[in-house]
Design a protein around this ligand. Structure first.
Ligand code: EPZ
Length: 422
């Protein structure tokens, strides 16, 4: 099994290219199920999660062809042979549930394995199912699968009111509503840039959507959608992750393709911590000028608030900040598994329920640590960059789900980091 070996201490200087967003690509790909015309996605990230979604769509009979080394995905589903999304694939990646809405909308039937929980929480899909029921679908849960059937005339437009923000449920509702009969209004919708990107792609395909990026999205159903070519939006979580690298080590790094509007709340926190973030023609430049970051308090919220997917990475910075910081994780019930690993490196962290209190230390010390989930794994690498000595991060298969060539990108800026066999 692969591991990442980091020798800490080097200041980072240089450029890091930011890829297309994993979480946008994972909701854009199922859109191919809504049409028999070709859908081409450019600026696609080359990640194992994308390969998993490719395998899932191919298991339904869709064609997914990676071009230009996987940077472009050519999809089409004119001859779908199945509406069964198998447990073996779904259990590897929860985003598989996003085929439910499109299958129901176009074929009137879907049999999708329930995803099961994951390390960061139970992560139920009840809101996804309720949204489909609101549009007239019948949901039967049995033997670990949801057997979904649309009414004879197809899904009906409806008012869908989410009790709290859910990115995936908003995406499933939006995908399904494009072909439902009549108007759908999604209230308390997620406002993430990945939702905006999905709406823009669906609109290119002929969908009639308004309000994406706000809490209310309205969709006028159409009878069919055409194909399109759409560029995947920049990955704001990869962007934020690499912005933290110079913040931890000192130096200046320019994140090519970075956009301030994608990370405004996060960048404001970095500014509060004394890290300079500047917009350039090519992206965002991050500099840590004078000494360690200042302690800051963080609360994770749905967009446009501070993203939960950057909480673990931010904690790594705050472990070496001057003073005490309080991080409150409000989205997931168990997203501090990186804390005990950081404490092996000498971090001072006190976790109570959804709140972690971090008292900064002068220097972390390298140690063998274990990645538990995607964002925790990269948080440990960031900590290793600033630590004294060597850090060996094990179980990096988590890492490869969401970060393309992380050791190459960091090594190009002066980090001493390599992938080794564990
Ligand atoms: C998406 O997950 C992202 N994944 C997550 O990124 C991200 O952390 C999350 O949104 C929040 O921003 C993808 O886009 C593939 P939610 P999703 O539905 O859609 C609860 C990463 O690291 N909930 O917004 O699953 C849920 O348990 C991943 O890239 C229900 O209770 O997140 C959670 O506590 C991790 N019932 C909260 O809502 C439901 O039906 C927010 O979940 C759905 C969700």
């Amino acid at each position: 099994m692969d591991a990442i070996l980091v020798r800490g201490g080097a200041e980072l200087n240089g450029e890091i290219p930011i890829a297309g967003a994993k979480n946008a690509c994972l909701t854009l790909m199922p859109a191919t199920l809504l049409t028999d015309q070709p859908l081409t996605l450019t600026n696609a990230p080359r990640l194992s999660d994308i390969l998993t979604m490719t395998t899932l769509l191919q298991s339904l009979g869709a064609e997914v062809q990676p071009l230009q080394g996987g940077r472009v995905l050519a999809l089409s589903s004119h001859d779908l042979t199945s509406q069964h999304a198998d447990y073996d694939i779904v259990r590897k990646m929860r985003a598989s549930i996003l085929v439910l809405g499109p299958l129901l909308a176009r074929y009137g039937h879907a049999e999708v394995s329930l995803p099961g929980g994951c390390a960061i929480g139970a992560r139920p899909v009840d809101l996804h199912l309720k949204a489909m029921e609101a549009m007239g679908a019948q949901m039967d849960l049995r033997d670990g699968y949801v057997h979904a059937t649309a009414p004879a005339g197809g899904l009906r437009g409806a008012v869908i009111e989410f009790p709290f923000v859910s990115v995936g449920a908003t995406e499933n509702a939006l995908l399904a509503a494009t072909l439902a009969r009549g108007t759908t209004e999604i209230r308390n919708a997620a406002r993430e840039p990945e939702i905006v990107d999905l709406a823009q792609c669906l609109r290119r395909m002929g969908a009639q959507i308004e309000g994406e990026g706000t809490s209310t999205i309205s969709v006028q159903g159409v009878t069919q959608l055409s194909g399109a070519t759409h560029p995947v939006v920049t990955d704001r979580i990869e962007l934020g992750t690499y912005m933290l690298a110079p913040a931890l080590t000192g130096g200046t790094v320019e994140c090519i393709g970075g956009r301030m509007d994608l990370v405004a709340a996060f960048a404001a926190k970095l500014d509060e911590a004394g890290i300079e973030v500047t917009e350039t023609e090519r992206g965002l430049r991050v500099t840590r000028k004078n000494g360690p970051a200042r302690a800051v308090n963080v609360v994770t919220e749905p967009f446009p608030g501070f993203p939960t997917d950057l909480q673990a990475q931010m904690m790594a910075l705050l472990c070496t900040a001057g003073g005490t910081s309080v991080l409150e994780e409000r989205i997931f019930e168990n997203r501090f598994m990186h804390a005990p690993e950081l404490m092996r490196m000498g971090a001072k962290i006190d976790v109570h329920g959804g709140t972690a209190t971090v008292t900064g230390v002068d220097r972390l010390r390298g140690a063998p640590v274990m990645a538990t989930d995607l964002r925790a794994s990269v948080s440990l690498i960031l900590a290793g960059l600033a630590a004294e000595g060597e850090t060996l991060v094990k179980r990096v298969y988590h890492l490869d789900r969401g970060y393309e060539r992380v050791e190459e990108k960091l090594r190009a800026c002066g980090a001493s980091i390599e992938r080794v066999k564990e």
